[in-house]
Design a protein around this ligand. Structure first.
Ligand SMILES: [Zn+2]
Length: 246
């Protein structure tokens, strides 16, 4: 593809992209708001699940603790009975040590149980609070999502047409040029291809172009960019041709 045609196609591509930008602009902050709410809802769901998982585990652990407490009490009773009947000091001391160990175990289990119960009540309260928050955010999300979907469907056909048109133009240009174009567009948040405007200035940043650059541009042997803003410069005759072609 000769430089002239490349520039023309790039310019046409940009015209389509600007129309697409216009469509997106009509949606305003709504897409960002919907996305933000989606994230919030996801985070709330995860927090609720985390708390509910803890509560489930707590029930299981409490049952285990009950059983362990019972076992420890039984051991204490058994060793106490045995201690009454022993004959030697050594046996007596050994059993006393077993009883102490079991008592210690009892204390540990009680402490763990208290900890679980405290955490359970915090978790239950949190779940309630989080669920309420979730409902509120979810309602807001549903409203905004419907609003956005309606907006999107209004311009759906138009958007589809532009996307197709965009594809048609971009297919003709090499990847390297396309990515250069897209990079400039991202950096400038708008136009990447600009004509020369009054008094030989760049149509993007309005800095005056040096005479040599103007001459280069007319030759159309290469793609030239503005030294100040980096936008690709396009001779006016090409702009006219591109707009004439539609
Ligand atoms: Zn410029």
């Amino acid at each position: 593809m000769i430089v002239k045609d490349k520039l023309k196609t790039l310019y046409q591509l940009q015209q389509v992209d600007l129309k697409l930008d216009g469509l997106l602009e009509e949606r305003g902050d709504l897409p960002a708001e919907v996305e933000e709410l989606e994230k919030k809802i996801g985070a709330l769901k995860a927090q609720i699940k985390e708390n509910e998982d803890y509560l489930k585990k707590a029930v299981v652990r409490k049952k285990e603790i009950d059983k362990e407490l019972e076992d420890a009490r039984k051991r204490i009773d058994k060793y106490t009975d045995m201690r009454i009947k022993v004959k030697t000091n050594r046996e007596y001391d050994a059993l006393s040590k077993q009883i102490d160990n079991s008592k210690e175990k009892l204390q540990e289990l009680h402490k763990e149980l208290e900890g679980i119960q405290a955490k359970e009540s915090v978790s239950s309260r949190d779940v309630e609070k989080l669920k309420k928050e979730f409902e509120e955010e979810n309602e807001l999300y549903s409203t905004k999502k419907v609003e956005l979907d309606e907006l999107v469907s209004l311009t759906h056909d138009e958007e589809k047409r532009y996307v197709k048109e965009r594809e048609k133009h971009s297919q003709k240009i090499d990847r390297q040029t396309i990515s250069r174009y897209e990079m400039i567009r991202r950096a400038t948040r708008g136009k990447a291809i600009v004509p020369v405007v009054r008094r030989n200035a760049c149509g993007g940043c309005y800095n005056v172009l040096p005479p040599q650059r103007l001459m280069d541009l007319r030759q159309m042997e290469k793609i030239f960019a503005c030294d100040h803003c980096g936008r690709i410069l396009v001779p006016n005759e090409i702009v006219e041709e591109a707009e004439h072609d539609g």
